[in-house]
Design a binder for this molecule. Structure first.
Ligand SMILES: Nc1ncnc2c1ncn2[C@@H]1O[C@H](COP(=O)(O)OP(=O)(O)OP(=O)(O)O)[C@@H](O)[C@H]1O
Ligand SMILES: [Mg+2]
Length: 247
């Protein structure tokens, strides 16, 4: 059964129709590349799945049950994690502190409970090893490369039993070697049965890692195809509008 299903989802900001009547479903362990030009509605769409925005119309359901989310923690409780376009990390904290931000481990009994840093360093270290990342738990995020920051942001999603991970442009601003690392992180999530929606402007990344590609143009879904049935040329045409709608 589909882990996630969107039915006729729309989002308006006043007169702006950011997302119009989009439907699709996502299977466990499926990686879907979500592509489209600037302003096509990609971030708005995944923010609705992550509980950041309420849809103006339509329904979102998970494992067959409708989800009504009022805030991002509601999505997280359902196993939906998002890595935002701007990563939203705290530069002055360590990698481990960022992984656990807002869900810190404590020891002792209230009101004497204290933050359990050794446990957090240990668990963060395990997560980075699991992700095959060289990121060290005690390193400060402000001293990290773009790829290491990605690993921290993705590490956050591994804390809970995520079923769906949404990634907004994870490879936009990083080096070639780090891109390979992030694509490996995505394969690793898939191998664990986690479904991934990968927003990207980078055609090679999507054709490398995705099972399926969805293209949006001006808020509408104009393609939803198995990657092997499409091509970079077709996707480019769909993004620009040279091709109206996928065959
Ligand atoms: N909070 C908001 N308030 C008003 N309008 C918004 C808001 N967020 C997005 N929009 C508008 O919705 C449309 C879709 O924006 P969105 O950020 O979803 O695009 P995108 O596909 O993610 O683009 P990019 O590739 O540049 O990140 C744009 O016209 C944008 O200006
Ligand atoms: Mg965006």
């Amino acid at each position: 059964m589909a882990v996630l299903e969107l039915t006729n989802i729309s989002k308006h900001f006043g007169a702006i129709h950011a997302v119009s009547d989009v439907s699709f479903s996502l299977e466990p362990g499926e990686v879907v590349g979500l592509m489209g030009d600037n302003g096509a509605g990609k971030s708005t769409l995944v923010k609705m799945i992550a509980g950041n925005f309420r849809p103006s119309e339509g329904r979102i359901s998970m494992d067959g049950k409708e989800l009504v989310m009022h805030k991002p923690v509601d999505a997280r409780h359902h196993g939906i994690e998002i890595v935002h376009q701007d990563l939203a990390l705290c530069d002055n904290l360590t990698a481990a502190a960022n992984v656990f931000l807002g869900r810190e481990l404590r020891k002792g009994v209230w009101p004497f409970a204290i933050l359990d840093y050794p446990a957090m360093y240990q668990r963060a270290g395990e997560i980075f090893r699991e992700l095959k990342s060289e990121t060290r738990p005690r390193d400060l995020v402000k001293q990290m490369s773009g790829g290491q920051r990605q690993a921290v942001a993705i590490g956050r999603t591994m804390l809970s039993q995520a079923k769906i991970v949404l990634m907004d442009e994870p490879t936009a601003a990083i080096s070639v070697r780090q891109v390979a690392e992030v694509l490996n992180l995505i394969r690793h999530l898939r191998a664990q049965g986690i479904a991934v929606i990968l927003i990207s402007h980078r055609m090679p990344d999507v054709f490398d890692v995705a099972d399926r590609v969805i293209v949006m143009r001006r808020g509408r879904k104009v393609a939803d195809k198995q990657i092997g049935r499409s091509s970079p040329e077709e996707v480019t045409g769909l993004i620009t509008g040279a091709i109206e709608q996928a065959a």
